[in-house]
Design a protein around this ligand. Sequence first.
Ligand code: NAI
Length: 271
Amino acid sequence: MSYNLLKGKRGIITGALDENSIAWQTAVRAVEEGAEIVLTNAPVAMRMGKIQELADQLNTIVIPADATSLEDIENLYKKAQEHFGGENIDFILHSIGMSPNVRKGREYGDLNYDYYQKSIDISALSFHKMMQVAEKMDILNEWGSVVGLSYIAAQRAYPDYSDMSQAKAVLESIARSFGQRLGENKKVRVNTISQSPTPTTAGQGISGFNVFLDYADMLSPLGNATAGECADYIITLFSDLTKKVTMQNLFHDGGFSTSGISHALVERLSK
Ligand code: NAI
């Protein structure tokens, strides 16, 4: 169902790899709500994923960009502006995460520090880079909105989330610091959404993922939030209905983050 919440708005959506991606679902919903978008992903993901299929479906373009490269981000914004007939943009979704340590199964007590820096660069500093370049190029319209995606391992220890826990803590902190700056300078808001575990390529890369997916589902009174539901929430943050929400880490997790134990878990553990 469409409410035309993004009518007349233009935006950039990173991170759509396949239909499970939170970014993929968000792109579809954004267009349904009347937005014009461009898609972007790392050049390597263009070969692995199905992003061109999504672009064809939504009648838009894909601009390859490695989000750790300032030049790529500049080129992304330039091309996006060209695509939008010279107009600035109203929203950016940062939906990017990757840890080489997690991918290669390194234990938290045996991390490779080059990989560690890559995890932080890809999953957190890229958020800063995207906003820094956006500010320098003055590409965001007033009352624009920037959203990043986080996970509760920023606040609590999850053994297999590894160095991504630190990456998410940095991501959330950047949302506050850049949110303050862009709010003052440009009336642009910046938030992160802390999403339930979600079965996507990035999610399933974490070992034991299915166990913490089930655990979170059993603890959350409303159950885990799906990628589609996350997309809906993101749309509200891009819309004019949330103009004064900024510098927040917003939990979108069915109540997980404030639950202690649930009847479902008590029952399971009593067996
Ligand atoms: P996904 O695997 O579909 O998306 C991750 C995206 O990051 C991919 O499209 C990948 O190509 C992109 N990426 C990786 N390196 C990049 C680079 N250097 N430059 C540009 N793009 C790059 O998985 P998902 O779950 O949709 O991930 C989106 C965001 O949601 C990530 O920040 C993730 O950490 C976060 N998140 C995911 C949860 C989950 O359980 N799946 C839970 C909470 C947050």
